[in-house]
Write a protein that binds this ligand. Structure first.
Ligand SMILES: Cc1cc2nc3c(=O)[nH]c(=O)nc-3n(C[C@H](O)[C@H](O)[C@H](O)COP(=O)(O)OP(=O)(O)OC[C@H]3O[C@@H](n4cnc5c(N)ncnc54)[C@H](O)[C@@H]3O)c2cc1C
Length: 284
């Protein structure tokens, strides 16, 4: 299929993009890597009247360590993030997830900000953001605000971003001493969207789990923090009993919907499998 007709503007500055967003509201779409947007246009799932290309705006790219924060510009491409030494050292959970995101060609164009703004519930980075306690910087004509990842994902492809705002960066607290990360997903083929997956980050000092954050993707309408499971882990050492307690607690955390991959019971089973793998990785 071909997309419905639309106008295209290559914005040169944030101010120009804000003008266009203010003028067109919900009829405008920001174009970043285009790897998700163009598919939705071609399938006519979306029919905006104007695309605002933000790829040529200065200041939206780059990855840097600013004090104890890793700041990733919205336009940082997936492959740039995957190759970044700053990310590898200070935000290793992202580095673990990157190879699972789509395929090389898509990772050359797809952006970090696009993946967060799109908020696909099966995408890796929204769940990684929750597990790593990240925040997102949103800018509009009237100012800048920072929204915690925990408050950003509101539902299926729905976020706290207002129509007049551009996501300009993601901020990840640099991993603290004593924290570890783990990532696991099940997909039909490597690079496909996951059937289900999870990302974890937290303390493992002294051989016990503490302040663990375990976030699932492909398990609901948004990335989900498994708070009952991590409460079951608090202060416990890795053992078969600890793993079983966390797996059992998932009943309170997850209520997956049936999808093309299978029924809810299958997803719950796979969530438990993934949890066991993640805990073994954290303990290893
Ligand atoms: C075959 C295929 C397989 C894929 N597999 C995976 C996968 O396994 N895991 C995964 O996570 N993703 C996957 N993707 C999606 C890919 O990661 C995309 O790059 C990503 O979802 C969107 O990034 P983008 O820069 O291309 O955004 P775009 O497609 O340009 O935009 C996506 C949406 O976000 C909005 N948007 C983009 N940037 C901003 C911004 N800075 N501020 C506000 N709104 C913005 C756009 O208006 C649009 O609504 C796949 C894509 C394809 C085509």
């Amino acid at each position: 299929m071909k997309p419905a007709p639309f106008a295209y503007v290559r914005a040169q500055t944030l101010d120009q993009a804000f003008d266009l967003l203010d003028e067109h509201g919900d009829d405008a779409r920001i174009l970043a890597g285009g790897q998700s947007l163009m598919a939705t246009l071609n399938m006519r799932l979306s029919a905006p009247t104007v695309l605002i290309d933000i790829n040529h705006i200065d200041g939206l790219s780059g990855i840097e360590l600013d004090g104890a924060t890793v700041r990733i510009g919205a336009l940082a491409r997936h492959n740039e993030v995957a190759a970044s030494p700053v990310v590898a050292e200070h935000a290793p959970l992202i580095a673990r997830a990157m190879p699972h995101i789509a395929h090389q060609a898509i990772r050359n164009r797809g952006t970090f900000g696009g993946s967060i703004a799109f908020a696909d519930p099966a995408a890796e980075l929204p769940a990684v953001s929750r597990a790593a306690a990240a925040s997102f910087v949103l800018q509009s004509r009237t100012g800048t605000r920072t929204v915690a990842a925990n408050d950003f994902f509101l539902g299926l492809f729905e976020t706290a971003r207002e129509a007049n705002e551009i996501l300009v960066a993601a901020e990840f607290p640099a991993i603290a001493a004593g924290e570890k990360t783990a990532f696991n997903e099940l997909a039909r083929r490597h690079g496909d969207y996951a059937i289900i997956g999870a990302a974890a980050q937290g303390g493992t000092d002294g051989g016990t789990f503490s302040n663990m954050r375990l976030a699932f993707f492909g398990a609901g309408d948004r990335p989900i923090l498994a708070q009952a499971a991590t409460a079951a882990l608090e202060g416990k050492a890795y053992s078969d009993d600890t793993v079983a307690a966390a797996q059992a607690a998932l009943d309170a955390d997850l209520d997956p919907m049936a999808d093309l991959n299978g029924p809810p019971a299958m997803k719950m089973h796979l969530a438990r499998v993934i949890t066991a793998r993640i805990l073994a990785e954290l303990a290893g």
